[in-house]
Ligand binder design. Structure first.
Ligand code: DGJ
Length: 732
């Protein structure tokens, strides 16, 4: 039993692998947070409740309701909240903003019982982590009969708490939710910094640290997509924390539309964290008997620094979020034609690319954008999911059969959520595109977005994408998404529900994913959004890997993959080797450096193989052979970030098997300098008592020696060079 309730003291304990989460129902029936951190006993810890920071305190109405008089001192503002609400004296960021039919905006959400489920049920129409014992705490506003259920799921083998809130209108009249966040959480002191992952196209997921202050630090997206600009993630990092030690709390939203996460320094010296669906341009009408499910937030705690937090998220998402069938299975090793041809190909060219990959151990040919409709550039064709026979004379079948005949599998690109004005779909159904009648709507990459809030639009997409997948022998799909929503409005929504658009778009997307992914259980799906523009846990629920960035330059990739690894396992990062000069940065790096960095993820190639010399082909064959030697570590190993390229001239990732019998270290030096520093490489995560044979040094060392002494790398002269070390326990 991971969930224990002290009925007398009304304290709830949720025990994870090495952690305990505790809250109480206090004397006013308010859900008051007590603790989240390393495992503790189920003792009465109510002695830690303090007050302070009071300022014009509003004495709680609940006390008056129970005792007939107002309390002299207590105010909701002073209790660390499991859900903060507005209107009765709490001036912190509320998780909920509601408007009742009479125009009043007050709720008092107080205890109304609890249930415990052995296994969590999947939220309706939304992705979430699977399994786990779940506490459902019922809260109610007696005056209006509006209520909510706070869900807490706990796992005995990983240190996360998965939380979400279901809002319920059990009153007689309609209510409007102007904000409906997923959680409220507290940390008892302010010695923390907020860490976020920000970026842009081609420069995804850079790390930024912002001091917590009195007031609110927030990250959000208003794009109706999780976005490259800010990832739906925030961590509270105790001052002085590093990769190996220090207190970290992570907050990762399982959501793909506009979100917000906020950390607020409170005047009593604590921090309140809250967030979920972005309340900007949001409102949701709940009629009598209706409920609103909010997205799950996965809260992680580690006292082993940022590295510890990342390993917790990697384990949690590999075990409980990503499709079990694929998560640890060997990945397709692809040749993708995009950077090799862009739109300029025909069936002959495709066959030549596939043919030229023969002998390299590449096992999947992926045909990217341009195979359908009248698509010769990015001005036309999106939405027309039938083959472009001007380019592919024999249709898809001929190319697929040819590729299969070479012993390779076949993958295909789609961008299901989009339409071009110059397309048969748009000519037949202009109303399928998002936009407000009478206004000129924005184009982005010359395309519009389809209104996924409407069932008939989703039906069209499902029928057409599944039509192609069912007709052909396709084992891999790259699902692209190259623009964000503008002009949000739907003819399928009544006037008073238009501000539901953002969340309804997410629900439409998840419905689409379920109907396409589930109808094709054998097909491996890769997510993509102009690279990493929608890299979030909800997408990973459907697609086990995501094209990490359109930027394939090895130097830039060290930064992108470093930041991405804060939350997401290496197995989720699709990483390709491409040509030099790199198409995005113009930089020249050697082929082995590009491969060494791309091998720290689900690797592949993206170039024109017909330009290969025999030597190149042999080089790729060797690289893939080397990749297969470490693939299990990439898919399931523990990651130790040994060198931080955002702060130094070096990048280092060390992968260690769960039983610690095998490990692999890749280190990279950005710039070579004359008479430079003598670099000592860190070695982490080994078993101190095991002897390891280090292949590249042809020597054996005790784990303790390697981890305490480190290694002295010998980088080749020049810039952008890598070294690698493979460690094998002697008793393997
Ligand atoms: C953006 C993707 O990130 C690229 O890999 C490629 O698929 C193009 N779209 C195709 O339009």
């Amino acid at each position: 039993m991971a969930i224990t309730v002290n009925e007398q003291k009304r304290i709830f304990f949720l025990d994870g692998k090495n952690t305990t989460y505790a809250f109480m129902i206090n004397e006013y029936n308010y859900a008051e947070h007590l603790y989240y951190g390393k495992s503790i006993g189920h003792d009465d810890i109510t002695y830690i409740r303090g007050d302070g920071g009071g300022s014009m305190l509003a004495q709680t109405p609940a006390y008056k309701a129970q005792k007939g008089v107002f309390p002299s001192y207590d105010s909701y503002h002073q209790f660390p909240a499991e859900i903060s609400f507005y209107g009765t004296g709490d001036y912190r960021e509320p998780a909920l903003e509601i408007s009742h039919e009479d125009g009043s905006r007050i709720v008092e959400l107080l205890y109304d019982g609890y249930d415990i489920a052995e296994e969590k049920q999947k939220p309706e129409g939304m992705p979430a982590m699977r399994g786990g014992e779940t506490l459902i705490l019922h809260l109610k506003d007696t005056a209006s009969h509006f209520g909510c259920d706070l869900y807490y799921t706990v796992y005995d083998d990983v240190d996360v708490i998965a939380r979400r809130i279901v809002y319920k209108n059990e009153g007689e009249s309609d209510v409007r939710l102007n904000r409906a966040y997923s959680f409220t959480f507290h940390v008892p002191d302010m010695e923390y910094e907020v860490m976020t992952l920000h970026g842009a196209w081609g420069r995804e997921r850079r790390i930024e640290s912002i001091p917590v202050h009195h007031g609110v630090v927030s990250v959000d997206s208003k794009r109706m997509s999780s976005s490259a600009t800010l990832n739906p993630f925030m961590a509270l990092v105790k001052k002085g924390t590093c990769e190996e030690y220090g207190n970290v709390y992570g907050f990762s939203l399982v959501y793909s539309s506009s979100f917000v996460l906020k950390a607020e320094g409170i005047n009593n010296g604590s921090i309140q964290i809250t967030g979920g669906i972005n309340d900007f341009d949001f409102s949701w009408k709940l009629q009598k008997g209706e409920k609103l499910e909010t997205p799950e937030v996965v809260i992680a705690y580690s006292d082993e620094g940022l590295g510890g937090m990342s390993r917790i998220y990697h384990d949690a998402y590999r075990e409980y979020l990503i499709n079990k069938r694929f998560v640890k299975a060997k990945r397709p090793l692809v040749i993708n034609n995009w950077e090799g041809t862009y739109f300029d190909f025909d069936n002959q060219k495709l066959k030549e690319i596939a043919e030229a990959a023969k002998g390299t151990e590449i096992d999947t040919f992926v045909l990217d954008d341009g195979w359908f409709g009248k698509r010769d550039d990015d001005f036309s064709g999106l939405g027309d999911w039938f083959v472009n026979t001007d380019k592919l004379e024999g249709g898809l079948t001929e190319v697929i059969e040819y590729v299969n005949g070479l012993g390779m599998k076949f993958g295909l690109w789609f961008e299901p959520e989009m339409v071009n004005e110059d397309s048969e779909l748009y000519r037949a159904h202009p109303d399928y595109a998002i936009g407000v009648p009478g206004r000129v709507r924005c184009q982005s990459r010359n395309q519009y977005m389809l209104d996924l809030t409407r069932k008939e639009v989703r039906d069209y997409i499902v029928e057409n994408v599944n039509g192609v997948l069912h007709k052909h022998h396709i084992s891999y799909v790259k699902w692209d998404y190259n623009r964000n929503v503008t002009d949000a409005w739907s003819c399928g929504l009544t006037k008073d529900r238009q501000a539901e658009f953002s969340h309804r778009y997410a629900l439409g997307l998840y419905d689409l994913c379920e109907r396409i992914v589930e109808a094709n259980p054998e097909v491996f799906f890769e997510g993509c959004s102009s690279g990493g523009g929608r890299f979030d846990p909800a997408i990973l629920y459907y697609f086990p890997q995501v094209w990490t960035s359109d930027n394939t330059d090895a130097e830039d990739r060290t930064l992108i993959q470093y930041g991405t690894s804060m939350v997401y396992p290496l197995s989720t990062m699709s990483c390709h080797v491409s040509v030099v000069p790199n198409h995005q940065t113009g930089r020249i790096t050697r082929m082995d450096t590009r491969a060494d960095i791309a091998h720290l993820g689900a690797t592949g190639y993206e170039l024109d193989t017909t330009a290969f010399s025999d030597e190149d082909r042999e080089c790729v064959r060797r690289q893939i052979e080397e990749y297969h030697e470490i693939e299990e570590l990439v898919l399931d190993g523990d990651l130790y970030r040994t060198e931080n390229p955002m702060e130094s001239n070096y990048f280092g990732f060390m992968l260690v098997s769960k039983d610690k019998k095998e490990a692999f270290l890749t280190a990279y030096r950005r710039l070579g300098h004359a008479n430079g520093e003598v670099k000592r490489l860190k070695v982490c995560g080994l078993d101190k008592d095991i002897y390891y044979y280090v292949k590249e040094l042809d020597s054996t060392f005790l784990g303790a020696t390697l981890m305490n002494v480190g290694l002295l790398p010998v980088f080749d002269k020049g810039d952008f060079k890598t070294v690698k070390y493979h460690f094998m326990s002697l008793d393997i």
